[in-house]
Design a protein around this ligand. Structure first.
Ligand code: HSE
Length: 308
């Protein structure tokens, strides 16, 4: 059996417009790398952290906290060392904390010959999310672990439903270089919604899930609307309206805030359209002078994977 694994931990888009805290999807071309190593000393130790300024103390690091939750539930007598090579920027809205916490517990599970189910790994990784944002949401960690699109049908008890990925769906994500902490962008949300908004939102959520399963791209596009969170959070994102209008004008099926922002995602049918959409989004930020990164990515249907 192996003693260490080098893995790719995917970035994820949470919420996907109409599914606040319940929908998410894993990306293929953006993610972190991690090395997880079995050691005889009990405990979880972060030995390397490159690419971002983040705490290395086990109890302050999302991978450390998720790893400790794994260890507490396991009868393994030893421990683990973790090396983290961040490529996803913290506070970018594409699941930076989820990549680290899921990577840790997924690799630990592999190294011990899979004592836990994927659903149990989601629960351990949610401890990392709780540390990062104050809330143990699963809409980034579930797609990172299961791959593809996932729906958190219920939190208590935890019930995750994997959803089909339409074969031609491509994501474009633009990240304006500002940082928005998930905890801050959750604080500004209202805790009550009107019945009228609820009706629109669950109509769209049902439509989006149906569209993903039947590969009905028009239905996916019609359903990518958010009447509850986007109107509030978009205020924090410079040029949001213009970027969205640009993406839709270039042929995107739909466009919205990625997770808690500031990244903005769009879905397109096919890579050519996704590239035109990226160009249109970039032009908006070039015009108003905001530094940005753009990613064009297929949907990642396997989640975390081992690197050679
Ligand atoms: N559902 C979470 C939120 C995702 O929007 O706050 C954070 O990435």
């Amino acid at each position: 059996m192996k003693n260490e694994l080098r893995i790719f931990c995917p970035a994820t888009i949470a919420n996907i417009s109409c599914g606040f805290d319940v929908l998410g999807v894993a990306l293929d071309s953006v993610g972190d790398e991690m090395v997880i190593r079995k050691i005889s000393k009990k405990g979880v130790f972060i030995t390397t952290l490159e690419g971002q300024e983040l705490p290395m103390e086990t109890d302050k690091n999302v991978a450390g906290v998720a790893g400790m939750a794994f260890l507490a539930a396991s009868d393994y007598k030893g421990g683990f060392e973790i090396e983290i090579y961040k490529k996803i920027k913290a506070g970018s809205g594409i699941g930076s904390s989820a990549a680290s916490s899921t990577g840790a517990v997924w690799a630990m599970n592999e190294l011990l010959d899979r004592p836990f189910t994927t659903l149990q790994l989601v629960e351990f990784a949610m401890e990392g999310e709780k540390l990062a944002s104050g809330v143990a949401h699963a809409d980034n960690v579930a797609p990172a672990l299961f791959g593809g699109f996932t729906l958190v049908r219920s939190y208590e008890p935890l019930d995750i439903i994997p959803i089909n990925t339409p074969s031609e769906l491509v994501a474009t994500v633009i990240h304006p270089q500002i940082e928005i902490k998930t905890s801050d962008s959750r604080k500004i949300l209202k805790t009550n919604i009107t019945l009228k908004d609820g009706i629109k939102q669950w109509g769209n959520l049902g439509g989006l899930v149906a569209g993903l399963f039947t590969e009905d791209y028009d239905l996916i596009g019609r359903s990518l609307e958010d009447h509850i969170v986007e109107p509030i959070r978009s205020i924090l994102i410079p040029g949001f309206k213009e970027v969205k209008a640009g993406a839709l004008g270039a042929g995107a099926l739909g466009c919205g805030i990625s997770g808690s922002g500031p990244s903005i995602f769009a879905f397109s049918k096919g890579k050519d359209t996704a590239e035109k959409v990226a160009q249109a989004m970039k032009e908006v930020y070039q015009k108003i002078g905001i530094a940005h990164d753009v990613h064009i990515s297929k949907i990642n249907n396997v989640g975390i994977r081992i690197l050679k």
